[in-house]
Design a protein around this ligand. Structure first.
Ligand code: AMP
Length: 209
């Protein structure tokens, strides 16, 4: 099954994408994580993306479309995949269609802007393995440490409050139109983000049965 997760930054789509990936044994592909990795490795693409990312803006379509094209060609995508954070614009969705990629379901995690701002301020991330935590909603086993690798958790630079507002503006202008795009194709399933991650997960798993 090929699934897209849609939602505002911080809506919890990354967490849900990981759960579904495990349940279905297919890869969860996060363009944000791929870009952060490129940045950490000092690649040209990473350097090019940094200024956009730090400002809460989207990286140019042609860059992310190239990333996804390469990633979907890898053998682990043969039995299905989950896209987390791609597409984020109509031209990106059109590029997927042009590649001949058939999407089965688009799961939108819907969270109000007010809640997004609250959630983002508590978000912590492991820079080493990319796992995301929250100081209230998804606590690590040991405060400030990654459950998977024990690395120190940190705040993503683009989770700073003023950047979050910019990212929300970008979301409303450029990404939200994708709801209509996929609703027209009969693929959109909207899930209300719940206060407890486990409750959202239960709804998500039902939606992808
Ligand atoms: P994320 O971790 O998905 O919130 O992505 C972090 C940042 O990476 C975004 O704010 C963008 O700057 C960039 N990014 C990730 N995915 C995309 C995409 N599909 N299109 C454009 N920029 C992206």
């Amino acid at each position: 099954m090929n699934i897209i997760f849609l939602g505002a930054p911080g809506a919890g789509k990354g967490t849900q994408a990981e759960v579904v990936a495990k349940a279905k044994n297919i890869p969860a592909i996060s363009t944000g994580n791929i870009i952060r990795e490129a940045l950490a490795n000092g690649t040209d693409m990473g350097k090019k993306a940094k200024s956009y990312m730090d400002a809460g803006q989207l990286v140019p379509d042609e860059v992310v479309i190239g990333i996804i094209k390469d990633r979907l060609a890898e053998p682990d995508c043969a039995n299905g995949f989950i896209l987390d954070g791609f597409p984020r614009t109509i031209p990106q969705a059109e590029a997927l269609d042009a590649m001949g990629v058939v999407i089965d379901k688009v799961i939108e995690i819907d969270v109000s802007d007010e809640d997004i701002v609250k959630r983002m301020s508590g978000r912590r991330v492991c820079r080493k393995c990319g796992v995301t935590y929250h100081i209230d909603y998804k606590k690590p086993l040991v405060e400030g440490k990654c459950d998977t690798c024990g690395n120190e958790l940190s705040i993503r630079p683009d989770d700073a409050p003023e950047t979050v507002l910019d990212r929300l503006t970008v979301y409303h202008e450029l990404t939200k139109p994708l709801r209509g795009y996929y609703a027209e194709q009969g693929k959109l399933i909207t899930i209300e983000g719940q206060d407890k991650v486990a409750d959202t997960t239960a709804l998500t798993l039902k939606a992808v049965e």
